[in-house]
Structure formats: C-alpha cells, structure tokens
Design a binder for this molecule. Sequence first.
Ligand code: PHE
Length: 342
Amino acid sequence: MNEKIQALKQSFQQELENAKSSEAVEKLRVAYLGKKGAVTELLKELKDVAGEQKKEMGQHINQLKRQVEEKIAEQVEKIRAEEEEAQIAAAEQYDVTLPVSEEVGSYHPITLVQRELEEIFASMGFTIEDFKEIVTDYECFEAVNIPKDHPARDMQDTYYLENGQLLKTHTSAAQNAIMRKYGAPLRAIFPGRCFRNEATDACHENTFFQMEGIMIDKNISISNLIYFMKTMLSQVFQRDINVRLRPGFFPFVEPGFEMDISCLICGGEGCPSCKNSGWLELCPCGMIHPNVLKAGGIDPEEYTGFAFGLGLTRLVMMKYGVKDIRDLNSGNLKALSQFTHE
Ligand code: PHE
C-alpha cells in the first residue's frame, strides 16, 4: 500500500505541472479527490489492511489527501492570477487601425455659455471664483442678511444634511467668503450649481446653475450695474440688448431689482414668448446691503457695490431656445447635442 501511496504522489505531482488551465486543475481534483478519485479509493481500501498497519497507512493517506488539496488550491490561485493578468493585457491592446469615429463629442450648452460669460467678465477685470456646493447655514443665509426665521428662507427650501449643512440654494452663498478673501475693491464672478427643493416641470428644476457677480469699490452705483449687464448681454446674444429694472426684494441688496431684457424673439414688440410684454425676466440684482458688506469685513461707509445673480440655466434656455429645462440635466445626448453641434 505504501508503494501505491508513493506512486500516487508522484503521478499527482506530474499531472499538476501539466494542468495549466482552471478546467484542467478541476479535472485533476476530481480524478484524485472526487467520489471515485484515486485518493478516495485508497481510503476505501484501508478496510482490508490489518491492525497497526491500518493506523499508519491511514495517516499516510490522509497526509497525501491534505497535500493534494493544498497543491490544488495553490494551483487554482496561480492560474486565476495569470488569467486576470492576461485579460488586463488584452484590454490594453487597442486597434490603432480602426477608423476615427464620425461622432465627435461636444461641451454641454451650460458649460459653453458659462465659459463665454467668464471670458467676457475676465476682459472687464473680474476674477472667476470657484465655490463648494455644500455650505453652512451662515454662508447661505445669515451672512447675506437672511437671519433664522426670516420668511425669505421659504423661497429657497433645499436639501439639508444631517450635520446641519445644506446644498447651496444660490451662488450668493459664496459672497461672504469672497469678500473675506479679497477685501475691497473687488470684482468677481462665481458660477455654480444650486439646489432647491422644487417640484420639477418644464420651467423648474431642483438642480440649476447661476452666475453671480459682485463689484465693490468707492462710488459704485446702479449705473455701473446697468452698464456691465448691458455690455455682457449684448456680447452673449451678439446684438444690442435693452434692459430695464423693476423693483425686486432680496434681503441682501438694497435697493433690489429684477432686470429684464428686451425679448429676443420679437425685439420688444410683443409676442407669445414674452407674453406680449416685449420683456423677458433674466437677472435679479441690486446694490449690496450694508449688513452684507459688514459681514464680509468691508466698511459700508467707505465702499458700495452691486451684485447680480444671473440665472445661467435660464440664459442657456433663451440662447438655444430650449423649451424644457429638464433636457439640460437629462444626460440625453440626442437632446443636448442638437444645441451645440454647429
Ligand atoms: N441669490 C438670489 C436668488 O437666487 C439672486 C440675487 C443675487 C439677487 C444677487 C440679487 C443679487 O434668488
């Protein structure tokens, strides 16, 4: 019996070396350890062995069994690693002779308009600031003169995190940090994604983009605000744009306005797009409230400034004639590429 055990050991070792795939190893496992496998058969033969020898042979066979099991497990792992490496190597190979795809990507319409605006404002001496999307209650509300329990908070219901922070409801949330960073005088724009708890429809989204701008210096007045907005809009729409101001309330500006632009479709004569008024509402703005300057560490006796909160998503809709705001966030390339493939 001892010879048999030795012979099995040798044949197993040899066959193992030849088993180079997972299937081959599995076959080997069945051949040795399966119900009718060589090692199993050997164990069955034990019953014919007498006394003392039985015990000794039993130990030998069990030792062989363990060795076979271990070696098979090792081999399985080795092959698995090799196969994985081969797969990675294959994936890295690509066919350089394939023809170039006709389908070329494009930027999202919001990105395009944002960059265009950034260029225009940069040419007028504004810096472009980046800001986070998760902000504190202080940044979003308190610092811009909206204390706790102020009813203006109702218009900007949003998503709160468990730690008390929130997704910013407007780009004005960056005003304080930017004032503190640069002090006065200051010219900056800060585009950003904003979030509000809205029921969505063709005109409303819970996720949208704004482009805020502030300019703070000595003797800044409403006429500076009108000048910058008119210049910017005329460049974006590539034609002379008329603007008008209506009173509007926002706690962080005083006085506050809604800025309308002459209707892009009818040029101001009145059409269904502008509900026959000749005007489109585009951009809330105003003179920065002294409390907001103070919170930003700027002396309101010495400096004044204007702020505007351009609805970037709205502007994109107007520029490209997008009828449903939801198309812009859909990730639907068919819907999006029609605006940007020229
Ligand atoms: N933050 C305001 C809003 O989102 C817009 C705004 C910005 C108004 C700056 C005035 C000045 O509703």
